[in-house]
Design a protein around this ligand. Structure first.
Ligand code: NAD
Ligand code: ZN
Length: 343
């Protein structure tokens, strides 16, 4: 499993860390936002010979074409098997930069420095790397661990509020699936007002614990998909429209629907179901759509790659803090859960 380091002062800590590593050259991969907002925080300690590559920000850049540009850059710069790559950015940069490093010359070393809340608490841990392909998310990829993940809260100062809140959905999810006290300790109305350092450490420890027990997602790791089967469908449904949802915003809807399914199919109590709804709605508000949209959203659930054959399997809550997985759910039940959210 990867080493996760929590840094209180990224420039100093990265300098120390690099001092212990043996590498021939250094390459930094980032997007245009993290080049502008995050690179300045570490620039002074980088060797003058360090090479940089940046691509336009956004999920729609997490594709093979950008990888080709990255591999071309690596080749042009003469990177060898002892080159070290630093991925400086959110989940898009970490997933794609890591994938390019893990495949260049059969794999060179890389460090991830996640700069969004979502990538700090979720994407940077667990070794999943990859890109989107032909409309399918994370369709091509590998499992490879970085040399280290270095997490510094100071990057979050420049993160747009909406991106920040999106990451908070995964934090709430960590509490819901694994730790009721943690879930209840999180602020809802003033969600911006949290002890982020502690929250990030707690969330990373939950994610790490689950992934360590089941690295290749043959069982337990599926609980991290709570909220994601229906959530991904909403994410795809609104993609490219003016109601476009960020990942966490879609997952928040998914968690409300799947809490309803948890009460119906698993042992979640009605009180806890309502507690979950209240908490998520107070942070994320309610998203409107029409009754006629529901069949298409259900269709999109079926396309979620996490499901096998024709049965839809869900990770559902037994109670707040405890999650079960591989629970079969029918299209009719999904319909009811989405209707429940709508009302
Ligand atoms: P992202 O990388 O696109 O970052 C979101 C936006 O914030 C971008 O515009 C980025 O430029 C900007 N940004 C990043 N850091 C900033 C900072 N400090 N200041 C200002 N702006 C900043 O997206 P994300 O939300 O971090 O991650 C989503 C991606 O992560 C998806 O592709 C998803 O598939 C992936 N993911 C991977 C895993 C995994 O296990 N590998 C888990 C969850 C999500
Ligand atoms: Zn997620």
């Amino acid at each position: 499993m990867e080493t996760v380091l929590f840094s209180g002062q990224i420039a100093n800590d990265l300098k120390k860390f690099l001092g212990h590593l043996d590498f021939s050259s250094l390459g930094i991969i980032m997007d245009d936002n993290t080049q502008k907002f995050c690179l300045p925080l570490i620039e002074e300690i980088l060797p003058e010979s360090a090479k940089t590559f940046s691509f336009p920000a956004g999920e729609n850049q997490k594709n093979l074409e950008t990888c080709v540009h990255i591999w071309e850059w690596m080749t042009r710069e003469g990177f060898d098997r002892k080159t070290l790559i630093i991925n400086l950015g959110g989940g898009v940069t970490g997933d794609m930069g890591g994938f390019c490093a893990a495949t260049y010359k059969r794999g060179i070393k890389f460090i991830n420095i996640p700069t969004t809340l979502l990538s700090q608490v979720d994407a940077s841990v667990g070794g999943k790397l990859g890109i989107d392909f032909q409309g399918f998310k994370n369709h091509i990829g590998v499992f490879t661990q970085p040399e280290a993940v270095i997490i510094a809260v100071e990057f979050l100062k420049t993160l747009p509020q909406r991106e920040f809140r999106s990451g908070f959905a995964e934090v709430l999810k960590h509490g819901l699936i694994r730790n009721a006290d943690y879930f209840r300790s999180l602020k809802n109305e003033n969600w911006q007002d949290q002890a982020w350092q502690e929250i990030i450490e707690k969330s990373v420890s939950i994610k790490k614990d689950v992934v360590e027990k089941d690295p290749k997602e043959s069982g337990l790791r599926k609980i991290l998909n709570f909220g994601h089967t229906i959530g991904h469908a909403f994410e795809s449904f609104f993609l490219g429209t003016d109601k476009h949802l960020l990942h966490g915003e879609a997952i928040a809807i998914g968690m409300i629907c799947e809490a309803f399914l948890s009460a119906k199919k698993c042992s979640l109590s009605k009180d806890e179901m309502e507690e979950i709804e209240k908490s998520l709605l107070s942070v994320f508000g309610h998203v409107e759509f029409s009754e006629n949209d529901i069949p298409q959203i259900i269709q999109l659930c079926a396309q979620d790659k996490k499901n096998e054959a024709n049965t839809l399997y869900f990770s559902l809550l037994r109670r707040i803090g405890e999650c079960d997985y591989q629970i079969p759910v029918t299209a009719q039940e999904i319909h009811e859960s989405i209707q429940h959210y709508r009302s």
